[in-house]
Design a protein around this ligand. Sequence first.
Ligand code: PAP
Length: 352
Amino acid sequence: MESSSSKMSHVSKRNESEEYRSDSEIDNKLKEIMSSVLGKKGAAVTDLYQYEGFWCPLARLEGTLRAQKHFKPQPNQVILSSFPKSGTTWLKALIFAIMTQSHVSEPTNPLLTRLSHECVPFIEFDFRSSSPKLNLDVPLVATHISYTSLPKSIINSGCKIVYLCRDPKDVLVSTWHFIRKVLVNEEFSAVRDIPLEDAFEFFCQGLSFCGPYWDHLLGYWRASSESPERILFLKYEDLKNETGYWVKKIAQFIGYPFSLEEEDKGVVQKIIDLCSFENMSSLEVSKNGMIWLEKNGVNTMEIKNNTFFRKGKVGDWKNHLTHEMAMQLDQILEQKLSGSGLTFNVPLPSIR
Ligand code: PAP
């Protein structure tokens, strides 16, 4: 027979879930944001709304509001945060592999049959009302939420945060290609066929998914400078150039250091090889699999997994942006980051 305390806990869980599904406070806040700010076009897949200084698509915004109110990190949960199109798919795989390193060579390794986005959930995505998950009870979760808007429960938890960013010129080019590939339906053709010059203008105005780009960076950069033991700040370019060094650094930082024996057995290299662009992009699940975006519990848009793998290179912007465009974006960045100690042409110091 069920004890009265266990019955009580079922009842309170149900109430919590019902309260969560129809949360009038959040619904009102969303309405307020939607009525006070017009949805704007930008270098993004859908219209963007500004919240706490950052541009966000509506579905992610709703998830962000709910996560701010309801998300409770697990003890020692690791949070991977990134600016979109900075290499999240890759870093999710790397950290997942670090955390499950003893399985790295096993044929049953989930990373061989599931996209890393399926292995590591996005907080703001899973906290939308259409897919409410009150507890993301996994050791690693990801987010694109700015530091300003991170749920206070994360900031107060002392959980480790690993942040990833990338040269904005490559972020812009990657985003532009993503938009063109992801919006297959004709109804999206106006957004999909946005000229690169227009996407560039939007990006320079800060109008991109999670933009302004520089404010996203600076929030995490400053927090990481103040609390380096809590936030590890990474750049895609450094990760590409010195993958082994940074994999070990990340492992140590999140509390999963490699033993000498593991290093001798080549575990670090195995993780690097498993997660490499060449390997991940050639897996069956990456070539032919898909994930669904849903609305109110209904699948509304499929995203082919191969859209998350394009070139995986540093500096592909050179094949798309003019010299003038590159100079303009570099100048904006230099001005926005001035005085912060963060630059993009110098690698972060690797302390051996
Ligand atoms: P998301 O924000 O939608 O999650 P994200 O994974 O951050 O996307 O970025 C995609 C970029 O990472 C793509 O860059 P590109 O367009 O310049 O090619 C993608 O190719 C790259 N990428 C994906 N997997 C890897 C990997 N294993 N190694 C290196 N780069 C990768």
